[in-house]
Write a protein that binds this ligand. Structure first.
Ligand code: NDP
Ligand code: 8X3
Length: 251
């Protein structure tokens, strides 16, 4: 029997790649994101492979998160795997001139959004005494780099929340995994630089970045280990990257 995985941020990048991979690997999918049209397209693409349900909501909106998760039909409520992936960087500015709207977006989406979704899903996992939560952090949650300030803070918070979840959910048999990628070419830099495609493409110039599917592979690996194994934490870079700031480029 298929397991049910709920993926936030399924409309692009890492989340979209994960949906495609899990659809081929015995998972039924609850796909989440704000862009309802993309969710519908993915549902049409993946429905030949597995059962797909979609929920369109903004993770910043607690009432919308509750309404969406509570609206799931009975046969979709037993979520086995929660993949907290929705998130982005907004801006790359020195802290003293940082845009406070960008700060709000990163803290509200990357930190509070992850908490809101988890808060709705964890009680069911506890009632069933099983489940797996995968939080997508970042190398920005392990290191701090110039002008990364608040994005790094938001991802350090994800790292701490992941460890906190593992401790508090331990008595309930729920696995918790943190995955911390370096540079992955998705819509991430386009969002960070507010649609400036030249600047976004420049981030990956002279190296082969990771793809969303590389992270999807790790997620699938983590959630298909035997019952007695939990992958607690993973950092993954492109081969050209050695830290948040050390990258070998051929220009
Ligand atoms: P993308 O921009 O391609 O995807 C981001 C996803 O998050 C989209 O599906 C988007 O959906 C969703 N999202 C953003 N804001 C909201 C919101 N307010 N409510 C609901 N969903 C939202 O980037 P990535 O795939 O790269 O990012 C996925 C995760 O990976 C993020 O947490 C990011 O921080 C992390 N990460 C990315 C790295 C990279 O280099 N790309 C490296 C390390 C970590 P929609 O717009 O439809 O709502
Ligand atoms: C995304 C990776 O290095 O741009 O989280 O912060 S980085």
């Amino acid at each position: 029997m298929n397991r049910i995985a709920l993926i936030t941020g399924a409309t692009s990048g890492i989340g979209e790649a994960t949906a495609h991979l899990l659809a081929k690997n015995q998972f039924d999918l609850i796909l989440c994101g704000r862009r309802a049209n993309r969710l519908e397209t993915m549902k049409a693409e993946l429905s030949g492979l597995t059962s797909v349900y979609s929920l369109s909501f903004d993770v910043r909106d607690l009432a919308a998160v509750k309404k969406a998760v509570q609206s799931l039909p009975a046969d979709w409520q037993n979520i086995d795997v929660l993949i907290n992936n929705a998130g982005n960087a907004h801006g790359l500015d020195p802290i003293q001139t940082g845009n406070t709207d960008d700060w709000d977006a990163m803290i509200d989406i990357n930190v509070k959004g992850l908490l809101y979704v988890s808060r709705e899903v964890m009680p069911g996992m506890i009632a069933r005494q099983r489940g797996h939560i995968v939080n997508i952090g970042s190398i920005a949650g392990k290191e701090v780099y110039p002008n990364g300030n608040v994005y790094c803070a938001s991802k350090h918070a994800v790292d701490a929340i992941t460890d906190g979840m593992r401790l508090d959910l331990n008595p309930h048999g729920i696995k918790v995994t943190g995955i911390h990628p370096g540079m992955v070419e998705t819509e991430f830099s386009l969002v960070r630089f507010k649609g400036d495609t030249d600047r976004a493409q420049g981030v990956y110039k002279g190296l082969t970045p990771l793809k969303g599917s590389d992270i999807a592979d790790l997620i699938l690996f983590a959630i298909t280990r035997p019952a007695h194994v939990v992958v607690a934490d993973m950092i993954v870079f492109p081969a050209a990257q050695a830290s948040a700031t050390v990258v070998k480029r051929t220009l």
